[in-house]
Design a protein around this ligand. Structure first.
Ligand SMILES: Cc1cc2nc3c(=O)[nH]c(=O)nc-3n(C[C@H](O)[C@H](O)[C@H](O)COP(=O)(O)OP(=O)(O)OC[C@H]3O[C@@H](n4cnc5c(N)ncnc54)[C@H](O)[C@@H]3O)c2cc1C
Length: 345
């Protein structure tokens, strides 16, 4: 039921499926492009609705990339105060654009920033938000967005609707939907919007990110062909360093379970699973990981899984193509030595 204090809306004024396109330096993050592919699919089910994108402080080149991946219209929010990300100001600017263009559906990548921004935006627009959806569908009878996500620790799938408010908002993690093919012949409209926001309220504080530094030269988990991930079984930050060495030798990257992140051995950007990233590498090596369902949902797309664990009966070992029974402290140094020999190092 909508709150009686909320402003009345006319649902008929809303149309189109729009996506927030997050930047990473000078490029768009893949998750936004993946969502454009899903947005096209939903728009088609809504009878050919428009697909739009919003970029904060982006470039025309980025907007063109979005068009090549399925957007019909891209709004670039043009405000020099928004070069550096701060949640309150970004949310205000995005909400103003959404208020102006009135999409029926607004999707956000469930990245660290997306997860922070989405509730601010939903609050500003007095609508709902379903976080971390794993599937999105349209109810053909009502045209409502069906926002599907795991619940009760992954035991059930919940289908959530926003029947009274617009836009219907959902966030979706990286890698959940495939990136649509790039078509450089697609054309679309690019709009520069000079969005005014209230005077800055957030003061930016620079914090040294030691953990991020250790893995800074390794690719993100969602784009690497080889991911070596560690869990609580590593027992220490030193153990995680061995994984970094192995990942580097294999030209891959490192990932982690929630327990390894909570222990402070790996930065949160490396988290794989329901709360973290969904990955589809060619090779996934799970070291000291039990394979809880919340972790496994993030790795079902891996082509080959190797697990190292002294307990052969944990789900990670049972789901692996190659299960190596033993202590990683004995196995990994041998593996590193063999690979180095093979590579002539
Ligand atoms: C709502 C919710 C969301 C969650 N989201 C996520 C998520 O996104 N990602 C995630 O990972 N988890 C998530 N979790 C947590 C998840 O339920 C598990 O608790 C977590 O994945 C377990 O991490 P782990 O495998 O590192 O630790 P454990 O379950 O403690 O497993 C450690 C493993 O290490 C093995 N081991 C011990 N010693 C050695 C050794 N010397 N060599 C090799 N192996 C060894 C043990 O046999 C054991 O199997 C979530 C939980 C909830 C409730």
């Amino acid at each position: 039921m909508p709150c009686s204090l909320w402003p009345q809306i006319n649902k008929a004024e809303y149309s189109g499926v729009w996506v927030y396109l997050e930047r990473e330096g000078n490029r768009l993050k893949d998750v936004g492009l993946e969502l454009l592919g899903k947005a096209r699919d939903l728009a088609q089910k809504l009878g050919g609705a428009e697909v739009g994108g919003v970029i904060v402080a982006g470039t025309e080149e980025m907007a063109r990339e979005a068009i090549y991946h399925g957007a019909d219209k891209v709004v670039i929010i043009d405000n020099p105060d928004l070069q550096i990300y701060t949640p309150v100001e970004y949310a205000e600017a995005i909400a103003r654009v959404v208020q102006k263009y009135k999409p029926e559906i607004f999707l956000i990548g469930a990245t660290k920033r997306g997860r922070e921004l989405a509730p601010y935006i939903a609050n500003a627009l007095t609508t709902g938000i379903t976080a971390d959806c794993t599937a999105l569908e349209i109810d053909p009878k009502t045209r409502d967005l069906l926002q599907i996500r795991p619940t009760f620790g992954g035991t059930y799938l919940a289908t959530i609707r926003t029947p009274q408010r617009r836009p219907q908002m959902a966030s979706v993690g990286p890698g959940v939907f495939p990136k649509p093919p790039r078509d450089a012949n697609r054309t679309g409209q690019i709009i520069l919007e000079k969005v005014e926001i209230q005077k800055r309220r957030t003061r930016l504080v620079s914090v040294e990110k030691r953990l991020e530094k250790d893995v800074a030269d390794l690719p993100p988990v969602e784009s690497a062909d080889v991911v070596v991930a560690g869990g609580r079984g590593l027992g220490s930050a030193e153990g995680f360093k061995l994984l970094i060495d192995l990942a580097k030798l294999l030209g891959g990257t490192v990932g982690a379970t929630l327990m390894a992140v909570r222990a402070g051995w790996a930065p949160p950007t490396r988290l794989i699973g329901q709360t973290g990233k969904t990955i589809r590498p060619k090779l996934y090596i799970a070291v000291g990981i039990s394979g809880a369902v919340q972790h496994l949902v993030g790795v079902t797309g891996a082509k080959i899984i190797i697990a190292i664990n002294p307990n052969p009966h944990v789900p990670m070992m049972e789901n692996a193509d190659y299960a190596v029974v033993g202590d990683y402290k004995q196995i990994l140094p041998l593996l590193l030595e063999e690979i180095k020999k093979l590579k002539g190092q």
